[in-house]
Design a protein around this ligand. Structure first.
Ligand code: RP5
Length: 164
């Protein structure tokens, strides 16, 4: 089976409820992906094998989500030339501020495109990965335009009481 263009990797099963939003965004846009649990700390060999081989395997963009001491996106970026989008997962103790700071403060030279904490970040990681792929895929570019148009059309101009 052909390698999908996007890999969604996450540090733990507990990250999946958040990272599923990235998967859903890709599904909506008709972009294939593979989701895997890869922990920088608990499965370092799995991380090494994946990151070192990701480009040769045929992946184009990697979305990496992790929480707490969130080293997965940065370590992945250190070992692949592919673009890496980091999603800070909301942690139980520090609400994801730890995840955000762990992911965003990369040293110059090894970039990670860091998104917002939690669900919004995961959705936007999916959309951003799609936008990157759309640069060389006219049909996907059109689907992204349609997605934006549907989103705009769904926003009412005037607020109403929630009870109505
Ligand atoms: C990180 O630790 C994972 O990305 C997860 O967000 C966090 C907690 O993991 P679990 O203890 O729930 O497996 O490595």
């Amino acid at each position: 089976m052909a390698t999908p263009p996007v890999a969604i990797i996450m540090g733990s099963q507990s990250d999946w409820p958040t990272m599923k939003h990235a998967a859903d965004a890709l599904d909506t846009l008709g972009v294939a992906f593979e989701a895997r649990i890869i922990s920088a700390h608990r499965t370092p060999e799995r991380l090494y094998d994946f990151a070192r081989g990701a480009k040769a395997a045929g992946f184009k963009v990697i979305i990496a989500g992790a929480g707490g001491a969130a080293h997965l996106p940065g370590m992945t970026a250190a070992m692949t030339p592919l673009p890496v989008l980091g999603v800070p997962v909301e942690s139980r103790t520090l609400k994801g501020e730890d995840s955000l700071l762990s992911i965003v403060q990369m040293p110059g030279g090894i970039p990670v495109g860091t998104l917002a904490i939690g669900k919004a970040g995961a959705i936007n990681a999916g959309l951003l990965a799609a936008a990157m792929l759309a640069l060389s895929d006219e049909a996907l570019s059109q689907r992204l335009d349609d997605y934006r148009a549907r989103q705009t059309a769904a926003i009412p101009e005037f607020p109403r009481d929630e009870a109505e």
